[in-house]
Ligand binder design. Structure first.
Ligand code: ATP
Length: 307
């Protein structure tokens, strides 16, 4: 809905060389600068058709800028982009009809009811999802007759999502979709995204929330300071960092610890040094997903390798 740039280019320009058929989004060397600040710094990104891909990163990492370039609403300073076979900077109306956009919430309201709003925007689509179906999908049936400016923040977000999926997009961009939602609304929203995936919609979402990315995404791209630092399925995120285990124990009452990819070797040495078999205060821990994520985005230093 943020789209204003409609060009007269109705025919598809040549896709980025090498774009594969199963690719919904392909970016190479994406670059965006504001003055002398580089906020998107050479991002390579692939989103496959039919997958839910989460761009996860802290405030100011460059998520929105990246997504808005892919949506064709923000100009890039460098790199090649192919979204559904076209360069979004030059794509026309036909391409735009295949893409759904839910931007960051503006908080703007209006005096129309929820149903009137959906009926109004339905006219812009060739085959819109019927309003009654949309209301049920996003959990707004009870609020159908409520004026938009009287909705709660979470309800408004759901209305924005309804508007984003109304035209049955092949690819849906969701920028921080659950910000401002309570836990119940978030869960409901997650089900909505799962339903879209089941119907074959490709979803690219941005989020600050690790649990959201882990729950929803087939693959997660962690973005920090304008760079994509890792792309992996949630279960494999930070696999290298997660291999390291921290062995802690007490030596003459003084805490000691070693972080190592081979804790068994450390344990063997410790047991050899304690013939009685008891190593005081012995624990072995591996970093969880959150530790790994924080280390990746530089919020905490990765654990030192030995102390
Ligand atoms: N129009 C602009 N002019 C100048 N700087 C901008 C502009 N838009 C964004 N920035 C800067 O670019 C950087 C990346 O912003 P972006 O909104 O893409 O980050 P983000 O990861 O989406 O953050 P958030 O999670 O807070 O939305 C930030 O430092 C931001 O201040």
């Amino acid at each position: 809905m943020t789209s204003t740039r409609v060009t007269s280019t109705e025919t598809a320009p040549a896709p980025v060389a090498g774009a594969r058929d199963d690719s919904a989004v392909r970016a190479r060397g994406l670059l965006k600068r504001y003055g002398d600040r580089t906020v998107v710094d050479g991002i390579d990104l692939d989103v496959r058709r039919g997958e839910v891909f989460a761009l996860l990163g802290p405030n100011g990492a460059g998520k929105t800028t990246t997504v808005e370039i892919l949506e064709g609403v923000r100009r890039r300073d460098g790199g090649d982009v192919d979204v559904l076979g076209e360069d979004p900077a030059r794509a026309g109306r036909a391409w735009r009809d295949r893409v759904g956009v839910v931007g960051q919430s503006t908080g703007a309201g209006n005096a129309l009811t929820v149903r009137e709003t959906l009926d109004h925007f339905a006219r812009y689509h060739a085959t819109p999802v019927p309003t009654a179906e949309l209301l049920a999908d996003v959990g707004l049936r009870e609020a159908a007759r409520t004026r938009v400016d009287r909705l709660s923040g979470g309800q408004r977000r759901r209305l924005e999502v309804a508007l984003g999926v109304q035209g049955r997009p092949e690819l849906l961009f969701l920028d921080e979709p659950t910000t401002g939602m309570d836990p119940v609304a978030r869960r409901r929203f997650w089900s909505l995204v799962e339903g879209l995936r089941d119907r074959g919609t490709t979803v690219l979402l941005t989020t600050h929330y690790l649990d959201e990315a882990a729950h929803l995404a087939d693959r997660v791209g962690v973005i920090s300071a304008g760079r994509l630092v890792e792309v992996a399925p949630p279960a494999e995120l930070g696999a290298g960092l997660r291999q390291a285990a921290t062995v802690r124990w007490l030596e003459d009452g003084v805490p000691r610890e070693v972080t190592t990819p081979e804790p068994a070797a450390v344990l063997r040495d410790l047991l050899a040094a304690h013939p009685a078999g008891e190593v005081p205060g012995l624990t072995v821990t591996r970093p969880g997903l959150e530790d790994v994520y924080l280390a990746m985005v530089g919020a905490t230093a990765p654990e030192e390798t030995a102390r």
